[in-house]
Unconditional design. Structure first.
Length: 145
């Protein structure tokens, strides 16, 4: 029993680390609020950034990149979070097509920036795990619209 006691705190730390999900910041819309997001985008004359991710992921890279993308793009866009599994069929067809392109890549999180009318895709932002490359990509994409 004495040998088990020092191991217990370590097991607790591992259990908490495995549950490394993220919470959406205030001001980020969910798919069931898409109408409100679209109205706000039209009113503010901003495009909509659809973030395809998984907020319940235990992957620290997914969580970090998702939160960074929200932070970087929320000033110039209205951000709408779409769960990669549950919300796919609720996405506008133009957005789904953009997410399927080779430019978007295979991995989440990724973004599609589109006009509020859902007609013109303004930018596609794939997942990039390297911090420096991601910062450069975010700057380039933000300048593109």
């Amino acid at each position: 029993m004495k040998k088990l006691v020092p191991v217990f705190p370590l097991l607790l730390m591992v259990a908490f680390a495995a549950r490394a999900e993220f919470r959406l910041p205030a001001g980020v819309y969910r798919m069931d609020e898409l109408g409100d997001a679209r109205n706000r985008a039209a009113r503010m004359r901003k495009p909509i950034a659809f973030l395809l991710s998984d907020e319940s992921s235990s992957c620290p890279v997914t969580n970090k990149v998702s939160l960074e993308a929200i932070k970087k793009f929320r000033l110039r866009t209205v951000v709408v979070y779409a769960h990669s599994k549950n919300d796919w069929n609720s996405l506008p067809e133009t957005v789904r097509r953009a997410f399927r392109t080779s430019e978007a890549g295979r991995y989440i999180p990724k973004l599609v920036i589109i006009d509020p009318d859902f007609k013109d895709v303004l930018a596609i932002v794939p997942c990039v795990s390297d911090d420096r490359d991601r910062a450069k990509l975010f700057r380039e994409k933000l300048r593109s619209f």
